[in-house]
Ligand binder design. Structure first.
Ligand SMILES: [Mn+2]
Length: 311
């Protein structure tokens, strides 16, 4: 057998698939798509998918109830192979503590290669796209079910085919999905049009607090714990301001302030995130500020931009 990973999946009897905490549609799609791939090469294997119950609201429509469990249950069971998808770091892997990871499949540049076999493709827009590649390598025909899972990742990680990572490879895969009968509009609706009225009103409140700094080049919004707002939606919205070159959303968490950064230009926000205990991609990154209130954190971020980016 040419591929070590193929042999590894083929000989395992009891397999566990894990993904990152607070899973998104790419994490979910990747876990399910990998399960389909393993079924093809090893039909007799028992395959378990375990997901963080603290997932995003809109994913309820996609999740399979049996896949949600506490990490304790995961530890109690014995698996001869644990696979990780869409997670760059074992600390971010739900249920990953004390597990020996056999195969890691991911598309983050910052992946720490924490498994025995690491299949990392940072040029892939979604992790489902990396798994699609593996299917093609084995000449496994895409089924409609597989296409659904593949499309979840494509749609979600490219911001519905709009982010800088949207390329020909994405559209080629999306074409294959549509050709098999995947309904882009239905998936868009399930992923993006499931907010409650409260979330709409909280979103409006957060938007109305947005402030501009550095002669309009920097936009900053905050989400206090009292507001139920998805920071991705907020950051994607405020970046529409035409003069903004960098956008920051500060999210109040129980013991720190999360700093989400986006760049609309060549500015590398991964470097800025590194200053705030984080990292990520050039155009999308995140960090953490400890021991500060939301207002203090905002001051720190604005000051950093004033001193180091736009004097
Ligand atoms: Mn992803």
């Amino acid at each position: 057998m040419k591929n070590i990973w193929q042999a590894t999946f083929k000989k395992a009897k009891n397999i566990l698939i894990l993904t990152h905490v607070d899973p998104d549609a790419d994490a979910l799609g990747s876990a399910y798509l990998l399960r389909e791939l393993i079924k093809k090469i090893n039909p007799r294997a028992r395959i378990n998918v375990r997901l963080d119950p603290q997932h995003k609201n809109e994913l309820n429509a996609f999740m399979q109830k049996t896949d949600i469990t506490q990490s304790q249950d995961v530890r109690q069971k014995q698996f001869d192979l644990v696979a990780s998808v869409d997670a760059s770091d074992i600390d971010r892997l739900y249920g990953g503590k004390n597990q020996k990871i056999g195969v890691c499949i991911d598309h983050h540049v910052s992946n720490r290669k924490f498994a025995e076999i690491n299949i990392i493709d940072p040029s892939a827009a979604s992790c489902t796209l990396v798994i699609y590649d593996l299917l093609q390598k084995l000449k496994i025909k895409l089924t409609k079910t597989m296409a659904e899972y593949l499309y979840w990742g494509l749609s979600s990680d490219t911001g519905n085919f709009a982010f800088a990572n949207t390329d020909a490879r994405v559209f080629r895969a999306a074409y294959a999905c549509a050709h098999l009968g995947v309904n882009p509009n239905a998936i868009y609706n399930k992923l993006n049009e499931q907010l409650s009225q409260r979330e709409i009103l909280d979103f409006a409140r957060a938007v109305s607090q947005t402030q501009s700094f550095c002669r309009g080049k920097l936009s900053v919004a905050v989400i206090p714990q009292t507001l139920k707002v998805d920071n991705r939606f907020l950051i994607d919205f405020i970046r529409r301001e035409k003069n903004a070159e960098a956008v920051v959303v500060l999210v109040e968490k129980t013991d720190y302030i999360k700093v989400s950064l986006r760049s609309k230009t060549a500015l590398d926000v991964a470097k800025i995130a590194a200053h705030f205990n984080g990292g990520g991609h050039r155009k999308a990154a995140a960090g953490k500020i400890f021991g500060a209130t939301l207002a203090e954190a905002k001051k720190q971020v604005v000051q950093y931009f004033r001193k180091n980016i736009w004097l």
